[in-house]
Design a protein around this ligand. Structure first.
Ligand code: OSB
Ligand code: MG
Length: 368
């Protein structure tokens, strides 16, 4: 398979409502789509970097630059590449996992489409639908929060994740438990907003029977998480800290977490995601699939990954209408709390040309 070139496409997807976390508020999703065109097919990837480097060091403009300047040109040296060769070629450059993941996924999609194989069967999926959770942003009031959670439970979501930060933690969790009961699968995500000095405060969350607390401490603090995990009954889950299969193995070895959020963009793609899944499964550690407000392109691949056997908890694999009034692919919908795994070749969905054009802000072609 010969690579003819790569299209980088920037788009602005309006969000139905602002999404607030401990690190900032998003109102529009700044997306970078990567389309790889080969002698036999074309494939799509969605870069999950955000417009500003707040969740991690990558950001959309930076990802576009590293793709056009280093990652895409490095493929020119490859003759008849497969996804492993492509992935190896990108390893000469440090960091930038989200940019790498987008290019690797676009190529893998093209490769699988040419072979007539679905992403889910390629990765090793064992189910044809996955349970959907939803991530609920920080609100201005408890009333607003309860109204939003009620809407998501009515829609059928099987698990609720509340974003927390100092000043918005114990009371919102208590309010959701009191209003919706103990049967709701409930978890929280701090996006690194606490320090180990907050351990006594965070212990108060133990009263609410949470599934897990996600990334309470900064990314580098594996030992801090291990210490916190000893002090809390609530299982500690890592998101930002999990940057590779090697880091995952180290985190598990020291007891830094007992649950892992796998986000393909954060770890450099679906091949590394599968390795993390395998490490966790071999250690009896539950994993679930995180999200980065993906459009249907990124969502399709995430849902395929979430169909692997180690994904035993509902992911942030929500329906398209969680964030978007109109997705750019055929929308992902909730059916009794589940989202269907696409069956077609590759990621199994494509952008609808008119809808993609409508949100596109720039297009650039990089020939080989
Ligand atoms: O920490 O999981 C996170 C969104 C952007 C950046 C980081 C995170 C999130 C979410 C939303 O929690 C996940 C989603 O619904 O796509
Ligand atoms: Mg998180």
């Amino acid at each position: 398979m010969k690579i003819d070139g790569v299209e980088l496409r920037r788009a602005a997807m309006p969000l139905k409502a602002p999404f607030r976390t401990s690190f900032g508020t998003e109102t529009t999703k700044d997306v970078l789509f990567v389309k790889v065109v080969t002698s036999e097919s074309a494939g799509w990837g969605e870069c999950v970097a955000m417009s500003e480097p707040r969740y991690c060091s990558e950001y959309t403009d930076g990802a576009a630059e590293v793709l056009r300047k280093f990652l895409i040109p490095s493929l020119g040296e490859l003759t008849d590449p497969d996804v492993h060769a492509l992935s190896a070629a990108m390893e000469q450059f440090a960091g930038h996992p989200m940019a790498k993941a987008a290019l690797e996924t676009a190529f893998l999609d093209a490769e699988l489409r040419a072979a007539g194989t679905s992403m889910s069967s390629y990765l090793g999926a064992v189910v044809d639908r996955v349970p959907a959770g939803v991530s609920v942003g920080i609100k201005n009031s408890i009333d607003e929060l309860l109204e939003e959670v009620a809407g998501f439970l009515d829609a059928g979501y099987l698990r609720i994740k509340l974003k927390i930060e100092p000043g918005w933690d114990i009371e919102p969790v208590r309010a959701v438990r009191e209003r919706f009961g103990d049967d709701v699968l409930l978890q929280v995500d701090a996006n690194t907003a606490y320090t180990l000095a907050d351990a006594r405060h965070l212990q108060r969350l133990d009263d609410f029977d949470l599934l897990l607390i996600e990334q309470p401490l900064p990314e580098e603090e594996l030992r801090g998480h291990a210490r916190l995990a000893e002090m809390m009954r609530t299982p500690v889950c890592l998101d930002e800290s999990i940057t590779s299969a090697k880091v995952t193995a180290d985190a598990l070895a020291i007891g830094a977490c007992s649950v892992v959020n796998i986000k393909p963009g954060r770890v450099g793609g679906y091949l590394e995601s599968r390795r993390i899944h395998d490490v966790c499964k071999a250690n009896g550690i539950a994993v679930w699939c995180g999200g980065m407000l993906e459009t249907g392109i990124g969502r399709a691949a995430n849902v395929a990954l979430a169909a692997l056997p180690g994904f035993v908890l509902p992911g942030d694999t929500s329906a398209s209408d969680r964030y978007f009034a109109e997705d750019i692919t055929e929308p992902f919908v909730l059916d009794n709390g589940y989202v269907k795994v696409p069956e077609g070749p590759g990621i199994g969905v494509e952008p609808i040309p008119d809808l993609l054009e409508a949100i596109t802000t720039s297009v650039e072609w990089i020939g080989m």
